[in-house]
Design a protein. Sequence first.
Length: 401
Amino acid sequence: MRRRLTLLLLFLAVSAAAQDRHFVKGSYVPEGGFCYDESKVPEYTLPDVLTASDGRKIKNVRQWEKIRRPELLQLFESEMYGRVPEKPAGLHWRTVSEGPALDGAVLRREVDIFFDEAETEHLRLLLLLPAGRKGRVPVFLGINFFGNHTICDDPGISLPDTLRWRPDYSLPARGSQAHRWPVNVILQRGYAVATFCCEDVAWDHPYAVDSGIYRLYPDETMGALAAWGWGLSRAMDYLQTDPDADGALVAVFGHSRMGKAALWAAARDRRFAMMISNASGCGGAAISRRRFGETLRRINTHFPWWYCLKFHTYNDKEDELPFDQHELLALIAPRPLYVESGTEDLWSDPRGEELGLQNALPVYRLYGAEERTGRHVRPGKHEILLYDWERYLDFADRWLR
Ligand code: GTR
């Protein structure tokens, strides 16, 4: 209750702030009030990814895995993302539909993944598999914003039960997000697509803590991004048992806030064989200390339910963070990691994302896996485009087979 009140107060403060001239809702166009000038980026010192908090130098994979990696996971959890539950004892699933989709080129399977024995909360996983596959196929797994039915226009995909969702939710049209999900292209290249909607696990709303897994675990400190990442791990639990998906070859990906959630999921859960960050920006792949584009203050006040409450204490105090986002990326090593940015997406700080990746490389080098990182910066905005997907598919052809 106290947590809900705190979040509500934070949100009211923010709604007022959002009216100010510094921010136009839904706009990623540079405006006053935020730094978009490289020469004005403050001086800062990044924490050294290979120095433990007691000053010990990390010199090899063993020390990284024994000392520094667990320490960083713990710090990110307590200071930024919050604590999520363990895998629930009552976790179970049921296939709810199966059949041909998209003119028969695709096999559609929908699986309800229940978080508890009593089936009070669940996510609905949509799995699209190439119809002509031979054996188990590698999978791209990502969270969608608005419902499984939005990723492609196929009448067989069930509409979500929106009664379970946040009060202000209105159902978008089938296929309305298809431009972000080129399912045919991905499947033709021999991969499956798996997705669920964030709203199943935690509402993307100030009242998030009234929803999804918060109802089952009211005492956990997780913000919604960690809750969504937890959902990715539960989807992974299922994928490892699916007869047609290769659970050992699952690439987790995400655009923007779902990229932030996927990064934390990939950092914690080493079953994810590859990670793709599309415009994850502030609180994702970008270095927080740069305060370029979106800042911690802005993200914590505009979306107070995304991170744990402790993270709010770092607003305007980026230098006091015991880590920065390059260390989140380093936690994914030695698994293949790809980071995308768009040149016009200054809000997400493309240069900060570049530096995030660069400064994670010392850990990839420990493993002799530096070449398992990939990056492109393409002209354009805050989007996930076919061009991006083609790069991800090339990267997966190289490292996920
Ligand atoms: C914005 C937010 C970004 C990014 C984006 C999105 O409003 O400031 O951090 O997460 O939303 O998810 O599309």
